[in-house]
Design a protein around this ligand. Sequence first.
Ligand SMILES: [Fe+2]
Ligand SMILES: [Fe+2]
Length: 356
Amino acid sequence: MDAKSFEDLVARVRADFDTTFTWDYDRDGGGLDRLYEKAKRAQWNVSDDLDWSIDVDPERLIRLQAEESGVPPGFPARSLADIDRSPVASWTDDKWVEFAVHSQCTSLSNFLHGEQGALLVAARLVEAVPWIDAKYYGATQVVDEARHVEAFAKYLDEKMPTTYAINDNLRTLINQVLVDSRWDVVFLGMQVVIEGLALAAFGFMMGTTRDPLLKEMLRYVMADEARHVAFGILSLQKVYEDLSSNELRERQEFAYEACDLMRRRSLNPELWPAFGVSNSEIETMLSNTRSQQKFQHLLFSKIVPNCKKLGLLDHRDGWLRERFQEMQIIQYEDWTTEAEELTAASAVDPAAYADK
Ligand SMILES: [Fe+2]
Ligand SMILES: [Fe+2]
């Protein structure tokens, strides 16, 4: 029996937050109604709908992926080997394969912890949101997120060598989102920033993995996430119409700070020390390699267009547009994201729900 005590295994976040009843049970017949109907029909089961008998050999799959794509194992981090006095210059191909497997473990682990964050936030939204349609829809998201936690936990436990702790920046952002008393900021942080980032990261992993089980699992999860993002956009568009200029500016700042935190997350600080390389050593080098930068930028390809749909980019002389320009991610403002294309059959375009 594991010696860890219960207290070591939990973390508490204290929040002061209104729980809102509504006595208005009328449905508005709009986008949220349709999204709710869709969500009820699109439920799936981790145990029944995925083939867990598939044997997963992570190292073999990484080698296969490298062979088929022509991209060497450990990319984009591997480009660090070419830098002067690089601490990873002497790494063999086997070492890079091992690194790539663990890099995938850190990604999957953060998906897992992030999904738990989404589960808690979704539950909070059900309590806080003042419309019955949004409470109904939010309840389906709670079930979706529980299923996602279950799926990633099972995959890591049964198919991968290890699970890593949550990334500090991701934890900071989830905590900030959970304690904010403005429920629309909870929406903005989780449904637009964190889920938008997750969709891009899921899409990237789905496009690269050679494991049919993981591919299928991500396809299912992404179909759910596309609805969640649509839920965020639909609800926020409604709220932002009534906010003052100053309040909107606060939302711009929140979106920027959340994106900035997430940009620093993708440096993978939980991984390098396990391979004998200090984070300070790696940080300067990593942010200066082009391939790493390109990959990082791609993670924001879903968030930027959604901020635009919400009117956050250009409010107050384009304050957020300027910040995104500095971050070199403004080029995504009109992107139909890769994630939506990948899940075309089940994707939800918020516009299709919002305009009726
Ligand atoms: Fe999720
Ligand atoms: Fe979600």
